[in-house]
Design a protein around this ligand. Structure first.
Ligand code: HEC
Length: 191
């Protein structure tokens, strides 16, 4: 019979074995590939230069790392939002079937409505996500300034910042999201 403890160990062992198998496969793959790599290579792909790389290196972290130059207010962001976002997300961020609401919502209703305002712990995620993914038919089409502006407007629609609050790389990480205290940061936990 398994006690919870023994079960835990057996899972761990199985995981351990699987890792070892993967590692051996990786090593084997590398070894068997090296004669090919030692020659001129398969001739696929082309080197990426620094400027192109910057178009992909777009991660923004909660502490503000990765935020670009520029700034914007909700007052400026309203026009961007109404032209490029409202058709899907609604004039007030209320969403529509198949498109999430960006404003309002509550975690205490049944069912809870999880929005950027009611749920997301970091304002940086709005910048990060919008810059890389929105609008879905033209991702990365907004300028960094437009992303600051529209992020400020989404925060304004949620009543988190005032219409004239200037969002930039210094102020954005300091914006306190209503649900920020309700997450456990496990990123530093060693397994
Ligand atoms: C063509 C319709 C469309 C347009 C235009 C659009 N979005 Fe979205 N947006 C979506 C859909 C659909 C999702 C959900 C994507 C998913 O979950 O994979 C989404 C998700 C989001 C989210 C994440 C919401 C959440 O709670 O997960 C944000 C933030 C967002 N959009 C902001 C914007 C902003 C800002 C603009 C304008 C610059 C914009 N969107 C334009 C359709 C759209």
């Amino acid at each position: 019979m398994f006690t919870p403890d023994r079960k835990h160990h057996s899972l761990k062992n199985r995981f351990g074995k699987r890792t070892t198998l993967l590692q051996s496969l990786a090593v084997f793959g590398l070894l068997s590939a090296s004669p090919v790599m030692a020659a001129d290579g398969p001739g696929l792909g082309k080197p990426i230069d620094e400027a192109q790389l910057q178009g992909w290196d777009l991660i923004v972290q909660p502490d503000g790392t990765g935020l670009p130059e520029g700034s914007g207010t909700g007052a400026q962001g309203q026009a961007v939002y109404e032209q490029k976002c409202a058709a899907c997300h609604g004039m007030q961020g209320e969403g529509m079937p198949g498109v999430p609401a960006l404003a309002g919502g509550s975690l205490t209703t049944t069912p809870p409505l999880m929005t950027v305002g009611s749920y997301w712990p970091h304002a940086s995620t709005i910048y990060d996500y919008v810059r890389r993914a929105m609008p879905p038919l033209a991702p990365k089409s907004l300028s960094n300034t437009e992303v600051y502006q529209v992020t400020a407007y989404v925060l304004q629609l949620n009543g988190i910042v005032e219409r004239d609050f200037v969002l930039d790389s210094t102020s954005l990480p300091k914006v306190k999201m209503p649900n920020s205290g309700n997450f456990i940061d496990r990123s530093q936990v060693q397994q």
